[in-house]
Ligand binder design. Structure first.
Ligand code: PFF
Length: 449
């Protein structure tokens, strides 16, 4: 179906597909969000539930998104229209675009923080500062009215520029180099972190099973984090799926992306928590955890200056490859559905995002009035996207493909027209139809009761 769209963009190679999807998945969610969620939700208990969520819920939903995208060859709104012309499912597509917008708004702010830290690393501002001073410096910076906004806006320009330059191929190519580099740096940090004095406390926190810590809110946090980290539940991989050619083994791609993404999150935690305990930082510090912990670790590594510059640079670039995928959801929708030039769509989206990201950043200032439901809108956006939009979005994707699309179509897409054979497809279909919707519903019912 729909192979008659020669003008529609395509990823270049199988490796390119995996790297583009990994580029979207690996980002601030792994290095910034995962450790702080883990720290606030009891360590190992969270890790365990997280791994289960990735395996039993994340991989099936990711695969479902890729199937929907590749089959329909359309943006997140159009894909539902193509696959269910008489249904109302495309309205869900609009909700996904809104979710992409909400995520981008606070994501841009944190991406801006990473640029400030590149600047601080380059200008050697971490040396000779105590953990307390570094923590205070972060608070001063993030609650400042202007500085974070400046960096956020720089980041919006950067992301828009990359998309405008039409360098999806460039992103593929950059990702191929950047992702392995980021990996190496994290491994170096892990080695240093676990050899710090008192590091075993952190490792215990990470790997000592204390099942009494598992409760409904830990499960919802882990579920939300899994979907956030894998970039699923809001159509990002529907959009990317629409650029994948029909020879690609979608199941293999989903597993590879999920494994790599999870590995980066776990390694980031191994780099952070031993240091957190060694330095006497509170593991439940929240969003500032990475920014106040890692500069301390760098100062204890030979050549720490170079490592710190490299690390924050790569963090910013990992954020960039994720943000581009978020912007792509919005851009593809606006340009294809409203028949607007991509360039105009990028401008419109960037201008709006600049505005909402600015509000998010300002909401963190002391005494800011930009609060809703008792929390800064930055925190609210982070909360609703990972804990409401993405899990529920994933549920609807599973229900749509599992119950409202023909089984024949799903199998055709999964097996590339019958040329791939494996038993895993039956398992996938079962998970999609029954397990994923019921499990996600139960997590919500449990949390609400
Ligand atoms: N997966 C990204 C991360 O972990 O940083 C965040 C993200 C990107 C979420 C793209 C959703 C998305 F569509």
């Amino acid at each position: 179906m729909k192979e008659n769209q020669p003008s529609r963009a395509r990823f270049g190679s199988k490796f390119g597909v995996v790297m583009a999807a990994v580029g979207s998945a690996v980002g601030l969610g792994n290095i910034w969000r995962f450790p702080y969620e883990l720290g606030m939700n009891g360590g190992f208990a969270f890790l365990l539930v997280y791994l289960l969520c990735v395996l039993a819920l994340g991989i099936p939903v990711m695969l479902a998104e890729l199937v929907i995208g590749r089959r329909s060859r359309s943006n997140v709104f159009g894909s539902f229209k193509v696959l269910s012309p008489n249904g109302k499912w495309h309205y869900l597509g609009v909700v996904y675009v809104v979710a992409a917008f909400i995520i981008s708004s606070f994501y841009f702010v944190v991406a801006g923080w990473s640029l400030e830290y590149v600047y601080q690393a380059v200008t050697d501002q971490f040396s000779n500062r105590s953990p307390l001073e570094l923590s205070q410096a972060f608070t001063d910076f993030s609650t400042d009215a202007l500085r974070p906004i400046f960096w956020t806006i720089v980041f919006v320009f950067l992301a828009a520029g990359v998309i405008l330059a039409g360098v999806r191929k460039g992103i593929e190519n950059i990702s191929k180099v950047l992702m392995p580099m980021l990996f190496v740096i994290i491994v170096v940090l892990c080695v240093r972190s676990v050899t710090l004095p008192n590091a075993t406390e952190g490792l215990k926190f990470l790997f000592y099973p204390d099942f009494s810590k598992i409760n409904s809110s830990v499960v919802l946090s882990a579920l939300g984090q899994a979907f956030f980290s894998l970039s699923i539940g809001m159509g990002c991989l529907i959009t990317y799926g629409s650029y994948i050619d029909k020879e690609n083994n979608l199941l293999g791609t989903s597993v590879e992306v999920s494994v790599l993404d999870t590995l980066v999150s776990v390694l980031a935690s191994v780099a952070i928590f031993p240091a957190v305990f060694s330095l006497g930082i509170n593991p439940a510090k929240g969003p500032e955890l990475v920014f106040i912990t890692l500069p301390n670790v760098f100062m204890q590594i030979p050549g720490g200056y170079v490592w710190s510059v490299l690390f924050f640079l790569l963090l910013a670039l990992a954020a960039l490859t994720s943000i581009i995928s978020l912007l792509e959801v919005i851009t593809a929708y606006v340009s294809e559905e409203f028949k607007i030039k991509r360039r105009t769509a990028v401008f419109m989206a960037s201008a709006l995002l600049m505005f909402s990201a600015t509000l998010c950043s300002l909401s963190l200032g002391e005494g800011s009035v930009l609060q809703l439901f008792g929390m800064p809108i930055f925190t609210l956006f982070d909360y609703v996207s990972a804990k409401i939009f993405m899990p529920l979005g994933g549920l609807f994707i599973a229900v749509f493909l599992g119950w409202f699309c023909s089984r024949k179509m799903v199998f055709d897409e999964l097996t590339n027209g019958g040329s791939l054979k494996t038993k895993a497809y039956d398992l996938f279909y079962f998970l999609l139809r029954y397990f994923v919707p019921i499990a996600i519903l139960m997590v919500f019912i449990n949390e609400l009761s």
